[in-house]
Design a binder for this molecule. Structure first.
Ligand code: GLY
Length: 410
């Protein structure tokens, strides 16, 4: 009940934002208005895509939009795909903003298929899948079945923790290349563990999250605070074996979304622990991003800060959206630079709104164009991708709350 009332006051807060007429508040309400129409279009696109599924896709239970394929079709993925939680998460954000049960019902429908991931210990992506879907659902409804699913997911995730390394192993693939690969993206999955520690009272979740974040500070970053994508460890000795990329331009380049994951991850770790080294790390990462000579005026980065043919390289809108989310929150903690962080986040939101938004009732129902999944393997290049949309809506909610209540915490 407490949570339901919480949602009511949040929806009223956002409703009052929508009626105010300052330019800053209008950008939030206008984007949510656009998103409401566009996501309704997405449902029709999903239905059409479902009508053309292969037998294999039906057997795999594909259900969630991920990206637009080179042939223009909508790609739906199954729960085991790392992107399965983002579309349900967007629907929860729509419910949060509007308070409209239509979105709640849709969110429940698209969240349900992700449940089977709670026992999938084959990847580190549990946080992306379960926290974005069930996590938002639990926060907004207080449904105890969601809580149980999240706790089981967290206990599955920590089976991947390697004591000797001090990190959660990210991937099991490419075993010929890596022994225990840990990717910077994995910082995002720690939020589920911090939540589980608070909810269950078991400190093991928090200890693992903190160890992972500390080990990552030690081994993932260069002197300029840009980060490697993949660090491979020896599970027996804990030594670093390789510092590689998988989706960036080269091993020594700075893959743009990786920098954004790091910024968001360390800002969140500071929120959860109050440890100064995490805040310092977030500030340093922001410093790297915004001092980068290749960051364009509109603050939407190329897919890699060191991509070879800048300015003739695709942008990565998803990196910009994740960065905006992180900056709204960082502005609460780094008080000295609060205005700078907030202004930069606002500029990103303005750029995305003006120049990167999809066309209404088109673009397969996605909100934003021009993201890059893996430039390195020429996969999902310069297309709409679901996580850009998810973090765009999250950034808009954080902006509205920060301006109205002085907190970006949802
Ligand atoms: N976590 C995978 C990616 O950012 O593409």
């Amino acid at each position: 009940m407490k949570l339901q009332l919480g949602l009511l006051s949040t929806a009223l807060l956002f409703a009052s934002c929508a009626t105010k007429s300052t330019a800053e508040q209008d950008i939030v309400s206008e984007n949510f208005e656009f998103s409401a129409s566009q996501l309704k279009h997405a449902f029709t696109e999903i239905d059409s895509a479902r009508a053309h599924l292969t037998e294999k896709q039906i057997a795999n239970n594909v259900f969630a939009p991920r990206n637009i394929e080179p042939d223009g079709s909508l790609r739906l993925v199954a729960s085991r795909d790392w992107c399965s939680g983002f579309f349900p998460g967007e629907l929860w954000y729509m419910y949060e903003y509007t308070g409209d049960d239509f979105w709640k019902e849709k969110a429940i429908e698209f969240t349900a298929p992700v449940e089977r991931e709670k026992t999938n210990g084959g990847t580190h992506d549990m946080g992306f899948k379960v926290y974005c879907s069930f996590g938002n659902g639990y926060r907004l409804t207080g449904d105890s079945t969601y809580r149980d699913i999240m706790l089981e997911s967290a206990s599955t995730l920590i089976t991947r923790y390697k004591d000797k390394v001090g990190c959660i192993r990210s991937w099991d693939h490419n075993k010929d290349k890596w022994q225990c690969p840990v990717i910077i993206d994995n910082m995002m999955n720690l939020e589920l563990l911090f939540w589980a520690a608070k909810e269950s009272g078991d400190s093991i979740y928090r200890d693992i999250a903190v160890n992972h974040a500390l080990t990552t500070i030690k081994n993932h970053f260069r002197d300029d605070y840009s980060s490697y994508h993949v660090v491979d460890y020896d599970t027996i000795t804990g030594d670093v074996l390789h510092k590689h990329t998988h989706q960036g331009y080269s091993h020594e380049s700075a893959w743009s979304r990786g920098q954004a994951w790091g910024l968001y991850g360390y800002t969140m770790c500071y929120r959860e622990t109050g440890r100064e080294e995490f805040l310092d790390q977030a500030k340093h990462i922001a410093g790297y991003i915004f001092n980068s000579p290749t960051l364009p005026e509109d603050l939407v980065p190329y897919w890699d800060y060191n991509a070879p043919n800048i300015p003739d390289e695709p942008r990565d809108v998803s990196a910009a959206a994740v960065t905006a989310c992180a900056l709204y929150e960082l502005s609460m903690y780094d008080k000295e630079n609060a205005t700078i962080h907030k202004d930069r986040a606002d500029r990103i939101i303005e750029s995305l709104t003006k120049n990167y938004r999809a066309s209404l009732n088109n673009d397969r129902g996605f909100l934003l164009l021009h993201s890059v999944g893996s430039g390195n393997s020429n996969s999902e290049v310069d297309v709409p991708i679901i996580y850009a949309d998810y973090y765009f809506l999250e950034a808009l909610l954080k902006k509205a709350k920060l301006e109205k209540e002085g907190t970006a915490l949802l």
